[in-house]
Design a protein. Sequence first.
Length: 437
Amino acid sequence: MIPRYARPAMTAIWEPEARYGVWFEIEAHATDKLGDLGVVPASAGKALWDWWATNPKIDVAAIDALEAVVKHDVIAFLTWVADQVGDEARFMHQGMTSSDVLDTTLAVQLCRASDILLADLDALLAALKRRAVEHKHTPTIGRSHGIHAEPTTFGLKLAQAYAEFARCKTRLIAARAEIATCAISGAVGTFANVDPVVEEYVADKLGLVPEPISTQVIPRDRHAMFFATLGVIAGSVERLATEIRHLQRTEVLEAEEYFSPGQKGSSAMPHKRNPILTENLTGLARMVRSAVVPALENVALWHERDISHSSVERYIAPDATITLDFALARLTGVIDKLLIYPERMRKNLDRMGGLVHSQRVLLALTQAGLSREDSYRIVQRSAMQVWESDGAKSLLELLRADPEVTARVPSEVLEASFGLDYHFAQVDRIFERVFGA
């Protein structure tokens, strides 16, 4: 992942030193339990931990140099640790296979990454709730197909986003639980050379649960579910980012990204204020989603194990989590500082001569005894005149002059059909559904 779209806490999870640190913990915990079982001397685990307590740093370059010779990362690591610890290190990795270390480590890393992402979602949810409450009753136009539909409030727009990201949080909690599994089952997963209690012990120490049955690798349907969840969250990021981008268009301009003092929008045009952050979020969301298909394809491995998944996960695990962490933090900042223009919202709401109230007149006519088809025809006849005049004509005035309307709908009922409050009668109830009483 390039530094431009990375934050330190998430990046640190994927650094080689952090990965090798988890490898060591797995090996040392397993050696401890093997010592309790009498499979290896009890002194072996103690020797590992004693060295670890005084070891200032893992020498990544030295391990890389060994791997260049042996062509195997876990063997290179074990060789380097043995050189540091001495004779007792020969009892490390007893009955284990490389996947026991690699897969369990990946589970630890994805859990730690999940914890950061969950904190990111909490921050975003807090920002969305604050701005939703702030604009709970701010009238704006709802759009379908990009076309004016009926009035809504800007608070409802943000409440919808809150509910969506709350679902994202629920899904991520489930995905974290799905991925938090440990496998210390040895070659082809039979526990032939390592007792299952070793796996249980290591899992407990690392905050994981034992994989019920592994094939030498943890089944990759778990990982597919995890990355699919990240992809869904990225989709929600893009959905909200796209909404803001549309609202910032010059002819709409109902909301826009904060434009800081000294900021410049274009190298050529000094007037430009572009939605660069939300455009960036749209691109980042695409990158997170790009991890989903490879993760799904990793499910189908040969027999008890192959490593076709390995290279994929070395890319997608850090890239997807680092990118999504950055994107969620950026989106939180956008929402927190979003410039919102209620006056422009009201101007846009009113610009089409009251067309947004056409359904209320339709319903009034049906309640007065006309068929729905005739009511639709009557209202549409005037509505199209307003549409074609680009709002210069008023729908209310045209309907007042239509004898088919005035013969059935009293003038006070007709005028009341053009009020905004009717549309917002259930806003409080919706907010209670989303945020609680």
